[in-house]
Design a protein around this ligand. Structure first.
Ligand code: PHB
Length: 391
């Protein structure tokens, strides 16, 4: 083992030597690749969403020559299968075996809550590029945990305000897990604020797609509107089943994500659906135009909100890394820079609340052909209230 004794040296020389040893340590670290753990689903109901988030993250890195703050980015990727029962083992693999510098994930709220617990317990930097679980930026909030997407409350609340523009009563349908429950809670709050009333909540287990009994019940209740939270592959079937059941014209359907990234598969069944979300097709800002062109060039596809969230996760990580010139050991400084980051996101200006959740405009969109066309803004600079975060 190599060691240096400073005992018999003059102070001037020892401090110079100590500096050299420390500085070369930092250089050794910053000349190594920075390890990004991508824990996302590549199989199951949320597979497409996981792949799109990863695409967005990688796009930002490749636009910067494959490096962040001068360090080559190395990915360690793992399919989380959107399975909460495997989340702890998977997250621990990335943190303890692979020693990633940042944990990026995931889509499913239940999986992400366990990841956040692992990140908090091991003081690993984490960025959530989708899952909206309230706890992550609420009761479990932590200095080292950030979200580049939304809290489930945000799009739910915006959707409630939107539905209340035209309707007085609504029934909700959701998958029974954190994201469904919280999204519905947000919807109720927005809908009541606009003068509406939710008369019944219906649900089914994640990722079940046997919607027929719920649609039959909805038709007998006859509310003025319906709000749904199912996602990924499930939302394709839901929107098609809804139209096939003849409900599309009699009970207008709302749902924040319900048409995002899936219009081609939903076809006419989705045409005309109004949604509220923090991204939209046709958003006019220079960053979005450049982002769409760049994404198309690399992936030969049109980006959606999931690509934006992945891209912004990389931008947020870069903001931290740049502030410390790639030296991830300076964690407190990195975190400060991330907290204060003002990002130019394709969705518009993006900053973060005290709980590390995005503050963002919520757009109204209408499904036309293959686009969720932006029509107006339902609420500007919406922040999650996060009353339980004691950061
Ligand atoms: C979630 O589990 O938080 C979730 C999943 C898919 C979405 C939105 C939220 O589209």
């Amino acid at each position: 083992m190599f060691s240096i004794s400073f005992r018999h040296m003059p102070a001037r020389i020892t401090s110079a030597l100590a500096f050299t040893v420390l500085a070369s340590g930092a250089i050794a670290q910053t000349s190594q690749p920075v390890k990004v753990g991508l824990m996302l689903p590549t199989s199951g109901t949320f597979a497409e969403l996981g792949k799109t988030v990863a695409n967005g993250f990688k796009l930002y890195v490749s636009e910067n020559g494959g490096k962040l703050a001068g360090r080559t980015v190395q990915y360690v990727e793992l399919d989380d299968e959107s399975d909460p029962s495997k989340a702890s083992e998977n997250a621990n693999k990335l943190v303890k075996r692979d020693r990633v510098d940042v944990l990026v994930g995931t889509i499913h709220s239940g999986v992400a809550m366990t990841m956040a617990r692992v990140a908090r317990d091991t003081n690993t930097l984490m960025i959530v590029p989708n899952a909206g679980a309230a706890e992550i930026t609420g009761s479990m909030c932590a200095p080292n945990v950030f979200r580049s997407s939304f809290s489930n409350w945000q799009p739910g609340y915006a959707s409630g305000l939107l539905a209340a523009r035209k309707h007085k009563t609504a029934v909700t349908i959701s998958w029974k897990y954190a994201a469904g429950d919280e999204s519905v809670r947000g919807f109720r709050e927005g809908f009541e604020k606009g003068g509406g009333r939710v008369i019944k909540d219906l649900n089914l287990p994640f990722p079940n797609v046997e919607f027929q009994p719920l649609l039959t019940e909805l038709a007998t209740i006859k509310p003025e509107a319906a709000y749904v939270f199912v996602a990924g592959a499930g939302q394709v079937k839901f929107v098609r089943d809804y139209a096939a059941a003849g409900l599309k014209n009699s009970i207008p359907l709302y749902g924040a994500f319900i048409t995002e990234g899936t219009l081609a598969a939903q076809g006419d069944a989705a045409s005309g659906l109004q949604t509220a979300l923090h991204y939209a097709d046709g958003l006019k800002n220079p960053k979005n135009e450049a982002f769409i062109a760049s994404y198309r060039k690399v992936f030969n596809a049109t980006p959606d909100v999931f690509a934006v969230q992945g891209y912004d996760a990389a931008q947020l990580f870069a903001a931290g890394l740049n502030a410390v010139k790639g030296d991830t050991k300076k964690k407190a400084e990195m975190i400060k820079a991330m907290e204060n980051a003002k990002l130019e996101s394709p969705r518009g200006p993006l900053s973060f609340s005290k709980s590390h959740n995005p503050i963002q405009d919520m757009y109204v969109r209408v499904a036309m052909g293959n686009k969720n066309v932006m029509t107006d803004v339902i609420v500007k600079a919406l922040a999650d209230p996060s009353p339980d975060c004691k950061n």
